[in-house]
Structures are given as C-alpha cells and as structure tokens.
Design a protein around this ligand. Sequence first.
Ligand code: IPE
Ligand code: IPE
Ligand code: MG
Length: 231
Amino acid sequence: MENIANAPVPRHVGFIMDGNGRWAKKRNKPRTFGHKKGADVIEEIVSDCFGRGVEAVSLYAFSTENWSRPKEEIDEIFSLLKKFLKKYSGKLIKEKIRLIISGDTERLTGGLKEECLLRVKETSGFTGHTLNIAINYGGRAEIVRAANALKGKSGEITEEDISGALYTAGLPDPDLIVRTSGEQRLSNFLLWQSAYAELYFTDTLWPDFKKDELTKAFLWYAERRRRFGGI
Ligand code: IPE
Ligand code: IPE
Ligand code: MG
C-alpha cells in the first residue's frame, strides 16, 4: 500500500454520517443509542482530517428530509449536536477552526439554534480550517435560496455568483465525499459543490468509522485519477 504521508490530501472532505440506526438495531438498542455513539466519533474524525492537512470538513448531520422522523428521535439528535458543539467549542477556538452551519437554523429547537449561532460567532474571525456542519440542510433548498438571493442582480447570473451565494461560499469544492453504511447516494448533500467530487462508499456504519477507516478512504482517494473532463 502506498505511503499515506506522500499521498495527495483532499482540500475539502464531506461526510454523510449514515448508519447510526442500524448500528443500534444490531445491538438490540434504541436508534438514539446509535446516534449517541455516532456523535462520539465525530471529534476524532474531524481532528484527524485537519491533522492530515485537510482545509475544510463538511458533516451531514440532519437533512431537510429527516423531519419525517419521530419527534423523540429528532429531539435527541438536536440535543446530541448541541452537546457536541459545546464540548468542541474550546478546541475550535484553541485550534482556530472556523465553524459554519449550512442549513436553516430557524427551526432548530432545544437551544440548538442558539448554540450554533454562538459558536459560529465565536469562530467567525478564523481563516485556517473550516468545519461546516449541515443541519436542516438540503442541497436543493440551498440552490433555491441562492437563486432567490441573486434575484435582484443585474446582468447574467454566473456559476461564480451561485457558488458565492451558497452556505459554502469561499470554500473549495469538496474533493472527496465519504458515505458510510453501504448506501450509495447523496441524499441531497452538497449537490452543486460535489459536481466533481470523488465518491467513497463503505459498508462500515458511522459509529464504527474510526481513524483506520479514514486512512482507507484517503488512500483510495490518492489513487483516483481526476480528469475534470480532460484526457
Ligand atoms: C444517520 O444515521 C444519522 C442521521 C440521518 C441523522 P441514520 O439514523 O440514518 O441510521 P440508519 O440509516 O437508519 O441506519
Ligand atoms: C442522510 O442520511 C442524511 C444524514 C446523514 C444526515 P439518511 O439516512 O437520512 O438518508 P436516506 O434516507 O437513507 O437517503
Ligand atoms: Mg440513514
């Protein structure tokens, strides 16, 4: 296997953190138990990405479609995200990581909205690493929002205009999207930004996705020949 130290590292990696429910089901536990375990692995993966030289990490935490789940499950996911942000906030400041939230925070209950706004504000001046958490996020809703924001603009709307009106404005497009749990779809994640992303799918469930799994994904990425339409 190639030496990871010399391999090209993606500038921006997106994670579709899927499989928490099935992880819990395999253990005869409630789905919320899986979400708890899933939240526990986030910090290590994000820190490891930044440690390897990744500039931006995007995490898909809650989709616009996830509102169709039972209220108790939604409340638990929000509570876990709030706890994660609170716990990680010291590190965000210490390591000068800018936090951005993709998605409409208005509907986030249980103090999650306030926690998001606070941590975004605290880290807004940082320019090194960016952690982007997608909560109440959908790629289509994001593109519609951008289109509405550009409505009054005079002249033709360009690709740069749209990119600049997305939540991820200013970030490089994701080079690599990782989806756990065996599903091979984007489920409305970073639709515009992922036009040329390499897509990595693993059967590993998100709560089992540890550093060695990340190494595998990065080695796979390093072997891709990215042609961007060329030959
Ligand atoms: C991903 O795990 C977490 C969220 C969507 C919030 P799931 O809850 O979708 O787990 P599975 O797919 O049912 O196993
Ligand atoms: C995608 O997972 C959303 C997140 C990981 C937050 P889902 O479990 O909601 O996706 P589908 O329903 O299997 O496409
Ligand atoms: Mg799922």
